[in-house]
Design a protein around this ligand. Structure first.
Ligand SMILES: CC(C)(COP(=O)(O)OP(=O)(O)OC[C@H]1O[C@@H](n2cnc3c(N)ncnc32)[C@H](O)[C@@H]1OP(=O)(O)O)[C@@H](O)C(=O)NCCC(=O)NCCS
Length: 195
């Protein structure tokens, strides 16, 4: 199966890491999830208050959140969270795409970025508690079968190969530099819209 790249998405948005100051964009995106997507994302129904609190702690312990932005607004997220104080062998990943933007390849694109970020930090196992009964997530995982070994009864993706290489580290570093510029542009777009 062809890997999903930034260029293969029909929507011309941009995917990048969020800055720690962008908790509001993360919160607003999570608030816009429809009830079913919200339930799938958090594995149970959660209140607006829960999301407020969850978003504020977005960058706790150096966790990574990728966002997909269109015209300065964030419409999808992918999170890679440490399970302790340091990046260890295992981490947790979660994905959310607003309903109007689902099935366009955004989740697959973000999955690729999460796998690369995990590999670059020495993470071998990614817990995705959403996999077992989630057809879309299983579909995405299959698209990354070259990088992920999955057991669908289980909720763990094993990253193969396990070690980072020069290219995966360079690619992430280059994207981070561009991502910082895009964050500034997204902020400007939001300010212009709000004026
Ligand atoms: C799961 C989710 C992250 C996937 O993101 P997405 O951007 O919609 O995914 P993509 O478009 O990259 O891929 C979805 C694929 O699943 C397919 N699909 C849609 N419904 C499906 C179903 N019921 N069963 C199997 N495959 C399905 C789509 O056709 C698409 O495949 P294609 O690209 O070959 O056409 C997103 O739909 C979402 O946020 N859902 C609600 C929250 C959630 O479930 N989060 C995961 C919990 S951590």
């Amino acid at each position: 199966m062809q890997p999903v790249t930034d260029d293969s998405i029909a929507l011309k948005g941009t995917a990048r890491k969020l800055l720690p100051s962008e908790t509001a964009a993360f919160r607003d995106h999570l608030m816009r999830l429809d009830a079913a997507s919200r339930q799938f994302r958090f594995a149970h129904a959660v209140s607006d208050g829960f999301i407020e609190d969850y978003a504020v702690h977005m960058s706790d312990m150096g966790s990574i959140v990728f966002g997909y932005f269109i015209d300065g607004e964030m419409h999808a997220a992918a999170e890679l969270r440490k399970l302790g104080d340091h990046w260890g062998k295992a981490a947790e990943a979660a994905f959310s795409v607003e309903k109007a933007y689902q099935d366009l390849g955004i989740g697959s694109l973000l999955m690729g970025k999460v796998i690369r970020a995990a590999r670059n930090r020495g993470v071998h196992l990614v817990y995705m508690s959403c996999l077992a009964d989630n057809g879309r997530m299983q579909n995405i995982a299959q698209k990354h079968e070259a990088s992920l070994k999955l057991e669908y009864g289980e909720v763990i993706g094993e990253i193969v190969p396990t070690t980072a290489d020069y290219f995966s580290i360079m690619a992430e570093a280059m994207e981070d530099r561009v991502g910082y510029m895009l964050a500034v542009l997204d902020l400007q777009t939001r300010l212009v819209k709000a004026a």
